[in-house]
Write a protein that binds this ligand. Structure first.
Ligand code: ZN
Length: 251
């Protein structure tokens, strides 16, 4: 399982602060998987990306997650406590599934139309967030992900595919990359309503990193002031030893 040192995680936090969640996800994975080329990280399906982020979160802060949700029926806030494993549907790799091929692309044949497509990647979402297809994001995403489309007689453009074929392509995309939609079964203790709450690992993990980094910098400040150690020396200490010294200087 990949893991990041305190120094490496602080570095990612500093570089990612000015960016949005898609870049933050890519920075985290690039730091945790240095042997993986940056292009391959961007091209990962969203499900694969989230599975790796969930694994990194587990190795960084442990398996337990505490979060909050609002009941959509009665509006009451409720606290959620669960394990990373409760969210893990699979590794996000669309292997061995219906109509999947070795290169990760999928095929759909419906009513005389044949469509070859791939699942949505982090790069696809980043391109959309960057303004590409702002007016019609759904079509812009399909244009990126559909590699080939044929009608009953000849190749066709994505935008000319019938709506029910486009719907079927999207459904097949979701089936092929189930980890892209992390959900948790929740029951409201107040009204009994049950629903599947969406869990956004990217923004959740980044918020945790933010508060961890702020705490850690305060600790570095206290120890540097008390002992004259450098930031590098303090970060090289184990969290346990850092805590021991912090206790001794009374913070
Ligand atoms: Zn409720």
């Amino acid at each position: 399982m990949s893991t990041l040192s305190a120094t490496a995680l602080l570095d990612v936090w500093e570089r990612g602060r000015a960016h949005g969640p898609l870049e933050q996800a890519a920075l985290l994975l690039a730091a945790a998987h240095p042997a993986t080329p940056p292009g391959a990280i961007g091209a990962m399906t969203v499900g694969r990306r989230d599975a790796l982020l969930l694994a990194l979160r587990e190795s960084t802060f442990g398996p337990r997650i505490a979060s909050v949700a609002t009941c959509p029926a009665c509006g009451e806030p409720l606290e959620l406590a669960f394990d990373c494993a409760d969210l893990r549907q699979d590794d996000g790799v669309p292997d061995g599934r219906d109509a999947g091929s070795d290169d990760g692309t999928q095929r759909l044949e419906l009513d005389g139309y044949a469509v070859r497509f791939r699942c949505v990647s982090n790069d696809d979402l980043a391109a959309l967030a960057g303004g590409a297809g702002a007016a019609a994001p759904r079509l812009a995403l399909l244009r990126r992900c559909v590699l080939e489309a044929r009608g009953p007689t000849a190749p066709v453009a994505v935008e000319t595919l019938p709506a029910h074929v486009l719907d079927a392509v999207e459904q097949r995309m979701a089936l092929a990359d189930p980890g892209a939609d992390l959900r948790l079964a929740v029951a409201c203790p107040d009204c009994g309503h049950r629903w599947l709450a969406v869990f956004d690992i990217v923004s959740f993990f980044w918020r945790e990193i933010e508060s961890w980094a702020c705490r850690l910098l305060r600790d570095v400040h206290a120890l540097a002031r008390a002992y004259g150690w450098s930031e590098r020396e303090i970060l090289a200490l184990s969290p346990f030893r850092r805590r021991c010294y912090l206790d001794m200087v009374g913070t």
